[in-house]
Design a protein around this ligand. Structure first.
Ligand SMILES: N[C@@H](CCOP(=O)(O)O)C(=O)O
Length: 497
């Protein structure tokens, strides 16, 4: 299996090289040349497989220059009870007759990113061994809150790898920030950027295309890679949990073999929902993808109009991980949905760069609308949904998951589509304690309480255990205090190295 560029501007590479490079050095993202397909029989038989067996199967389909032994070793080290608090790695919570919440936050940092970032360090280390380079890897990460900590935790103390995480200083929750700045490891750095997530992500992407700067880095003994979902190595492990969820629905007799499901994903960077789309292209029976946004509803507008327009105010919301106006992985989706039309993709992304917007043609729009719908939840709706789910089900969800549930409810009310639906729970509610507790019972919050007092109070109020990765955060030593302006990112990289 070879990997090609969404912009047709780079030679084909093996999976390990795509993972090592992170993104296409000349612009664009790596995608598999062909999407492998699984028979219905294989998919249905996954109900008898463990999560780890499903991982091996899917990785093996995509990462064909890795040996079976390498993949087995990576899977065994990543997906085990030391790293995940439930044996089945992910779990399903039945919300009502038609919908099931897919809990993706049982990993060490309490967000879905762990499902990829626990295994990716092994895949990257193996990729470096295959290349036989004398250069270490420098991973640059842009985060709106969740990816940063998951990447730090995955890559800390990994030989031959340095990692620098950039987060928007005012754009993550207190818990997310504390998780990142208390990270140990002698190869980690965390930098608060005076800007928003898009500023961080765009700067990092520019650096990947900056030959001069890459030479500066090379002189210091490093080559660049990424732990964001622009890296194929981040995306492929996310395909797996959609097969695992389908297998579990079969096990629980919620669906029959071959029955289609809907998938609802709260998303900002479009990576998680794209992973589900790849699962579908591999053969997973899916009826509709429901793309859920917050007030930064650039994707909702795109699915409704065919126009992607980032020229709008960037809003800070209670679901900060989705505060994104440039959804990186939409590029891969457009490449797939146009049947690999690199010219169209190149033109659209050139327009996005020059004018901040582009419009897809009618044919592409029709293809997208056959299977995707987009909707958004306002701030009030998000909080009301947290409250309603708690009151009706005694179940606590985080604001991002609430965006998903709210958007799914709107979809259901509009279309009365009774297809069994999986709604991604992308983060544990304790990552966003203040928003969650104020939605559930505002009256117990006092002015004196810190974010960390609020976690205790949320635990008192609901009886739900605090995620083990978030316990004791308030007392951990702060290890990272670097700050920079958006135009200071290159300087700070050199300073760290
Ligand atoms: N929501 C993300 C933003 C980065 O997205 P990714 O898809 O590249 O991981 C975060 O929490 O950091």
């Amino acid at each position: 299996m070879k990997y090609i560029s969404t912009r047709g501007n780079y030679d084909k590479v093996d999976a390990s090289e795509a993972i090592r490079l992170g993104m296409v050095p000349t612009g664009g993202l790596f995608v598999p040349e062909e999407i492998p397909t699984l028979s219905r029989e294989t998919i249905n038989s996954m109900q008898n497989s463990s999560y780890q067996e499903i991982v091996e199967k899917i990785l093996d389909e995509f990462l064909t220059d890795y040996t079976e032994q390498e993949l087995q070793e990576a899977v065994a080290k990543a997906y085990n009870c030391d790293n995940f608090s439930v044996e089945e790695i992910t779990s399903l919570y039945k919300l009502d007759d038609n919908s099931h919440v897919l809990e993706l936050w049982h990993g060490p940092t309490a967000a879905f990113k762990d499902l990829a970032l626990q295994v990716m360090p092994y895949l990257l280390s193996q990729a470096i061994e295959k290349e036989e380079t004398d250069k270490d890897i420098l991973i640059l990460v842009a985060t709106s809150g969740d990816t940063g900590k998951a990447a730090l935790e995955g890559f800390k103390n990994v030989d031959g790898i340095e990692i620098i995480v950039f987060y928007p200083e005012e754009g993550v929750s207190q818990v997310q920030k504390r998780q990142m700045v208390t990270t140990t490891g002698d190869n980690t750095a965390v930098v608060a950027v005076a800007g928003n997530f898009d500023d961080c992500q765009s700067s990092v992407k520019e650096i990947f295309g900056d030959q001069n700067f890459k030479e500066v880095i090379a002189d210091k003994g490093y080559q660049l890679s990424s732990a964001n979902s622009i890296n194929w190595g981040r995306l492929v492990p996310q395909i797996i949990y959609y097969f695992a969820a389908y297998a579990e629905l079969l096990n629980q007799k919620e669906i029959k073999p071959g029955e289609e499901i809907n998938i609802t994903v709260p998303t900002g960077n479009f990576g998680n929902i794209l992973a589900s789309y790849y699962a579908y292209r591999m053969g997973l029976p899916v009826n509709k993808f429901i793309c859920a946004s917050n007030d930064n509803k650039v994707l909702t507008d795109f699915f409704k109009t065919g126009v992607y327009d980032k020229n709008r105010d960037f809003k800070k919301t209670v679901s900060p991980s989705m505060d994104i106006l440039i959804s990186s992985n939409l590029e891969r989706f457009l490449f797939e949905v146009t049947g690999h039309d690199a010219q169209k993709v190149t033109n659209w992304y050139q327009q996005l760069k020059e004018e901040g917007k582009f419009e897809v043609d009618e044919e592409t729009k029709d293809r997208i609308n056959e299977i995707f719908v987009g909707e958004y939840a306002t701030e009030d709706e998000t909080k009301e949904t947290i409250q309603a789910v708690y009151q009706e089900h005694n179940y606590v969800i985080d604001p991002h998951t609430a965006v998903g549930v709210n958007v799914y409810n709107k979809y259901f009310n509009n279309y009365n589509d009774k297809t069994t639906t999986v709604i991604d729970a992308t983060a544990n509610p304790y990552k966003f304690g203040t928003t969650v507790l104020s939605a559930i019972n505002d009256s117990v919050i006092t002015d004196e309480m810190t974010e960390f007092d609020i976690l205790e109070e949320l635990n008192e109020e609901t009886g739900v255990e605090i995620h083990s990765g978030l316990e004791g955060l308030a007392n951990q030593e702060i290890k990272h205090e670097l700050k920079c302006k958006v135009d200071g990112i290159r300087d700070i990289i050199q300073q760290v190295l």
